[in-house]
Design a protein around this ligand. Structure first.
Ligand code: AMP
Length: 506
């Protein structure tokens, strides 16, 4: 199938050609005809599948072919959960629409509102916005939804996670009932289904990956260690596996700054992106990382949402997220547009509950390794895809024969002495690496560029990672994390009982 056969207008085809998009991705094949036909859409599509073009291309097509905007009016509105995603989706619209006579703008909090108001004066064809700032614009009476024909809720699951439900309710009530609505979500919880039910009319359902299944092209593995040894282990793996560029997730802003400092102290190049940074500072950090001026970008979940970095080879979960769904979003930063990617997690005993939740959600056990010299004193109990204790695994890890050339040798874990007590849930991991060099406690502090084995190496994908997950969502609730961070960022505005007292910049 080609973009031409989907019936897109010539200026869009020219742009796609210039961008080197040869053929539509699976989500685009399904979404483009549905949107062109004016249908509502409910799509379970993860980031990295090409979902943005899946809605942007047919929206741009329709806007070009049908009517024009008027002062203060917006014809297509795309709601996204974060500022970074807003920028990214806006850039996509600008890029895909570069040969079209359409006006677009982006609006989010944390920056001055006046330029956004100025852009609205003449009217817009496309506006990409976060719910909080859009509501501010609406409250000020500077935006009209009179001509609105299409509404997109992008990463709708995340919008609910971040507490935007109340803002969404207010906004949706202000929109014309007669419109096209497209809902994209990486995961499908009961809340999302409820939202979809109230919003969509006879939607075309699109599911390109089983809901809540981690991106197929991402090789996942984890290393267990003690919490205090994580920085050292990270530096060690960075050297040993010759990581060239990595997006590194940490739980807190403080943690992000501490890790950046540690890395800079070791002569590495690193920058952070988190909620305490101003929007220009975040964009600058991202830009430096994209241009490869810094090797490591340390991010918190909220700040990193929506990042699209071309050919990002590696995501490291320095800390596991508080919310299992965030794991899927995090690893979706790599393995994009069909490329291979890798996601490595450093896991300590404190994190076993969220690890269980992740494995239950993704319905796969993440292959587990130990690094000699960094074994955890506080053992991380064994887990399984069912969230329960796994039977102890003996022998080499699955697919051991398929290990990539240059991967560190895997050694069988010696059987524990009979008297050794096993932590609840079993303690035998899949295997552990015996690095070629002897690893002393301080070895990782001596960074010798080029000393690592040639080629990036990694544990093999195990059977546990063959992603044969059945369809359907497993909902993991009750965790705090991104939402509370967004709240303290002043960006989530939901309040029980109404929208009183707006928090800071939105
Ligand atoms: P998304 O899932 O929308 O964030 O897109 C992920 C990446 O895939 C972006 O960098 C897009 O530029 C790229 N992309 C989207 N559609 C195509 C396509 N049909 N062919 C090649 N790359 C694409």
């Amino acid at each position: 199938m080609t973009f031409q056969s989907l019936g897109l207008i010539a200026p869009l085809l020219r742009t796609l050609d210039a961008l080197g998009y040869k053929q539509p991705t699976p989500v685009q094949k399904q979404a483009i005809p549905a949107v062109l036909a004016g249908r509502d859409v409910m799509a379970a599509a993860q980031t990295g599948t090409g979902k943005t073009a899946g809605f942007a291309l047919p929206i741009l097509h329709r806007l070009t072919m049908e009517g024009a905007t008027a002062p203060q009016c917006v014809r297509a509105l795309v709601l996204v959960p974060t500022r970074e995603l807003a920028e990214q989706v806006y850039e996509s619209f600008r890029s895909y629409g570069s040969n079209l006579p359409l006006r677009s703008a982006v609006a989010y909090g944390g920056v001055a509102i006046e330029p956004q108001i100025t852009k609205l004066r003449k009217g817009l064809d496309v506006m990409v916005a976060t719910p909080g700032r859009l509501l501010d614009l609406h409250d000020q009476g500077v935006i009209s939804f009179e001509l609105l024909q299409t509404l997109v809720l992008d990463e709708a699951d995340r919008m609910l996670d971040l507490g935007f439900e109340r803002d969404l309710d207010i906004l949706l009530a202000a929109l014309p009932k007669q419109r096209q609505t497209l809902l994209f979500s990486a995961t499908f919880s009961d809340e999302i289904r409820k939202l979809a039910k109230g919003l969509l009319r006879d939607p075309v359902s699109i599911q390109v990956e089983a809901a809540n299944t981690a991106v197929k092209s991402v090789k996942q593995w984890l290393v267990t260690t003690d919490k205090r040894r994580k920085p050292e282990l990270f530096l060690h793996l960075l050297n040993k596996l010759a990581w060239t560029q990595a997006l590194v997730f940490v739980k807190t802003r403080k943690g992000a700054e501490a890790l950046v400092k540690e890395l800079l102290d070791h002569g590495l190049t690193a920058d952070a992106i988190h909620g305490d940074k101003t929007q220009p500072a975040r964009l600058r950090a991202l830009d430096r990382f994209k241009r490869k001026e810094v090797q490591l970008l340390i991010a918190t979940d909220v700040a990193a949402r929506g990042l699209d970095i071309e050919a990002l080879p590696l995501v490291v979960n320095f800390d596991l997220p508080s919310v299992a769904e965030d794991y899927i979003h995090r690893i979706g930063r790599t393995g994009r547009a069909g490329m291979e990617g890798e996601a490595v997690s450093l896991v300590c005993a404190d994190e076993v509950d969220v690890l269980k939740a992740i494995e239950t959600l993704t319905r796969q056990a993440v292959p587990r390794f130990e690094e000699q010299g960094f074994e955890a004193d506080h053992r991380v109990p064994e887990t399984s895809a069912k969230g329960a204790a796994a039977p102890a695994r003996k022998g080499p890890p699955p697919n051991a024969a398929k290990r990539p050339v240059g991967a560190p040798p895997l050694a069988k874990k010696p059987a524990p002495p009979k008297s050794e007590a096993r932590p609840a849930g079993g303690s035998e991991s899949l295997g552990f690496w015996t690095p070629p060099e002897k690893i002393g406690k301080l070895a990782s502090r001596d960074r010798v560029p080029g000393s690592a084995p040639a080629g990036r190496s990694a544990p093999p994908r195990s059977k546990g990672a063959d992603f044969g997950a059945p369809k359907g969502a497993v909902v993991v609730t009750g965790a705090r994390g991104a939402k509370s961070q967004a709240r303290s960022d002043g960006r989530a505005t939901a309040k029980p009982g109404g929208r009183k007292g707006k928090p800071g910049p939105r």
